[in-house]
Ligand binder design. Structure first.
Ligand SMILES: [Ca+2]
Ligand SMILES: [Ca+2]
Ligand SMILES: [Ca+2]
Length: 389
């Protein structure tokens, strides 16, 4: 998920306590500009479960997903987060060359970029969280991938037939990005500083909006974003942080149902709440009819970790309840919310393409023992494909 929080130790170290990273047209905090009431997710939404199948296994923190025109799947991996192997992040292209519906067979995975930094921030947040290669988005004839490397600049790579090249870099932690074809502009979610930024080729980022703290005093933590074709706005999911700050409490004080989706007007630099009542939302996608698919990472925060060794004492949730994530479908016209997948394991990224949704799952330290649906099992990164009827 590559979420890190304002005020956490590495950020203070990097910034000397100054949270503003980017040039800024308005330094005052924006307020929500609410035209209509947001859609509140009911406590028990109706189930309308989609058919799903695992299409790739054995991955190391799969994150960004992009379905190319030729049907191949571009996947970024944040890596293992193992301090003994700091360069385990990668970018892969997967092709189902034998046509059996998965990307697990010999020769079906091509390494486009390897040796990228991978970090586990367990010592700061007391949860098993791995940072590194992150969101992928396409637009304007380009495919961009971010490397959300905390404590240093994020690097944005451009992927093309001639290879993978650096496109830009910024001091922000760019967890996800999106392209706006009308404004011909790339936007990024900077989760560390609670900002949405405009990304400029060659480097630099400009603040579009800084999101104020939420009702219980938590940081908003914008994790993922997507251009909304119907309104010209940018939709941003707010994961939300702990009301006690990331170094207070034991790391499990995140508030269920405190997250949501906001709609950001990048010209007016205003936002309004579109969806409330989400628990730890991660990536979102917007369908042709304007409806929204959004992931929830988990439904509870259990078994915080004090040290890396704690991960190996036995099966442990490690901060986030395993296999408790969901995918919701939200119809903006009827305001209906449905659960279309449940029991997802710490899902982070989502890609919608031609009647299917791909979900990247299994955030955390690969190989450690976690409570699975049928008993303890090794943590594994994997990708599921869900069919939309
Ligand atoms: Ca295959
Ligand atoms: Ca196979
Ligand atoms: Ca996204």
């Amino acid at each position: 998920m590559a979420i890190c929080y304002p005020g956490c130790a590495h950020e203070r170290a990097a910034e000397g306590g100054n949270r503003g990273h980017v040039s800024d047209g308005t330094s005052r905090s924006p307020i929500a500009d609410q035209a209509i009431a947001p859609i509140e997710v009911p406590r028990e939404p109706a189930l309308n479960l989609l058919k799903r199948t695992v299409v790739a296994r054995g991955l190391r923190n799969p994150r960004g997903l992009h379905v190319a025109k030729d049907g191949s799947l571009l996947v970024s991996e944040a890596g293992t987060g193992d301090p003994k192997n700091e360069l385990s992040g990668a970018l892969l292209r997967m092709r189902d060359t034998n046509g059996d519906g998965d990307f697990d067979d010999e020769g079906e995975r091509q390494l486009l970029l390897g040796d990228q930094p991978s970090r586990n921030i367990l010592d700061i947040v007391r949860r098993d969280e791995v940072f590194g290669m992150a969101g992928i988005a396409a637009g304007g004839g380009k495919v961009l991938v971010s490397l959300a490397f905390f404590g240093g600049p994020s690097i944005i790579f451009s992927v093309s037939s001639s290879g993978v090249n650096q496109w830009g870099s910024t001091h922000n932690n760019i967890n996800d990005l999106t392209y706006d074809p009308q404004r011909k502009t790339w936007y990024g979610a900077a989760s560390t500083t609670d900002e949405v930024v405009r990304l400029l080729e060659g480097g630099r980022a400009e603040r579009v909006i800084k999101i104020p703290t939420l009702a219980s005093g938590q940081d908003a933590v914008p994790g993922y974003l997507s251009k909304d074709p119907g309104t010209g706005k940018i939709l941003v999911s707010l994961f939300t942080g702990s009301p006690e700050g990331e170094e207070g409490g034991d790391g499990t004080e995140l508030v269920p149902r405190a997250g949501g989706i906001i709609s950001v007007d990048p010209d007016a630099r205003r936002f309004e709440w579109l969806v409330t009542g989400l628990t730890a939302p991660t990536d979102l996608e917007i369908a042709q009819d304007g409806s929204i698919y959004v992931l929830e990472f988990c439904d509870a925060f259990l078994d915080p970790l004090e040290t890396r060794q704690d991960m190996y004492k036995g099966p442990s949730h490690g901060g986030f309840k395993r296999f408790s994530g969901r995918l919701l479908h939200i119809d903006r016209k009827t305001r209906q919310v449905e659960v279309v997948a449940m029991g997802l394991d710490a899902p982070t990224n989502l890609a919608l393409s031609a009647g299917a949704l791909f979900v990247a799952e299994g955030m955390g330290t690969p190989g450690r023992s976690i409570p699975g649906p049928e008993g303890p099992q090794p943590l594994e990164g994997f990708i599921e494909k869900l069919l939309i009827p």
